[in-house]
Design a binder for this molecule. Structure first.
Ligand SMILES: Nc1ncnc2c1ncn2[C@@H]1O[C@H](COP(=O)(O)OP(=O)(O)OP(=O)(O)O)[C@@H](O)[C@H]1O
Ligand SMILES: [Mg+2]
Length: 239
């Protein structure tokens, strides 16, 4: 079976014009994610973990290598070279991303935010609203908050909303950048259970986690990133 994601020799450099300095955030990154698989990435702060995820989601444009995603809409597509409209479509319909930082839209209620994500993924209105309500309940976001703008939410509430928003789509490929970093142990377990459920439904995932114990039994492979490249290059098979 063709992998859903194949990264070949990916690198990202930044050129800081003022200092006339080049920073290499990641290099020689190669990996292959099977359909329905789950790859974990660990590594110290600043090692380049988020950079790799951002290069896949195309928040950053890689400076070298290929990121071939086997999309439903276009077939195998190099996300480094793909057209902007293709990236926009894939983000809507196929690829989800939970950021390490909290991001919400102004003037959209929490409920609308999650419903819109489900609509974008192609669910009809009724079902999108049902799924949104189910997801918000799952992440225990109090119902009196649903009609509010998330700008006033606490950090944990925003993060749970982001998780609901990314997961309501049941995307084909889900990128997770420390999705549990600021959550309490109970909510962490909810995230974990939902990831297991999504995996069982066929979602393929690539996730960064600080907490190795959290990943136990969840990942098929773990890669250790050190100063921009995979430390041992020999991934550890977890299962
Ligand atoms: N936009 C940018 N411009 C310049 N340097 C950047 C940029 N983004 C990342 N870097 C640098 O690349 C390196 C890797 O950053 P990255 O955010 O990928 O690390 P990380 O492994 O995710 O760390 P953390 O665990 O703290 O989130 C860092 O040294 C960072 O300063
Ligand atoms: Mg990071």
């Amino acid at each position: 079976m063709r992998p859903i994601l194949m990264i070949e020799d990916l690198s990202k450099e930044f050129y800081l014009h003022e200092q006339k300095k080049k920073i290499s955030s990641c290099r020689n990154i190669s990996l292959s994610l099977q359909k329905g698989g789950f790859i974990g990435i660990v590594g110290t702060s600043g090692a380049g973990k988020s950079t790799v995820l951002r290069c896949i989601y195309r928040t950053y444009l890689a400076t070298g290598g290929r990121v071939v995603y086997d999309s439903l809409a276009y077939g195998p597509l190099d996300l480094v070279a793909a057209a902007e409209r293709q990236i926009i479509y894939l983000r809507r319909a196929e690829i989800g991303y939970v950021s390490q930082f909290l991001s919400t839209l102004p003037r959209t209620t929490a409920f609308q935010y999650v419903t819109d994500a489900a609509l974008d993924a192609g669910f009809p209105q009724d079902e999108a609203e049902e799924r949104a309500a189910e997801m918000l309940r799952y992440f225990r976001l109090r119902e009196d908050l649903w009609a509010l703008y998330p700008v006033t939410f606490s950090g944990g509430e925003k993060l749970r909303l982001n998780l609901a928003q990314a997961m309501v789509k049941a995307p084909r490929l889900l990128l997770l950048d420390e999705p549990t970093a600021s959550l309490d142990p109970d909510t962490k377990l909810l995230v974990r259970d939902l990831l297991i459920r999504l995996k069982a439904q066929g979602t393929s995932m690539l996730g960064i986690f600080h907490d190795l114990a959290f990943m136990d039994g969840l990942c098929d492979q773990v890669f250790n990133l050190s100063r921009g490249s995979f430390a041992d290059r020999e991934e550890r098979a977890v299962k």
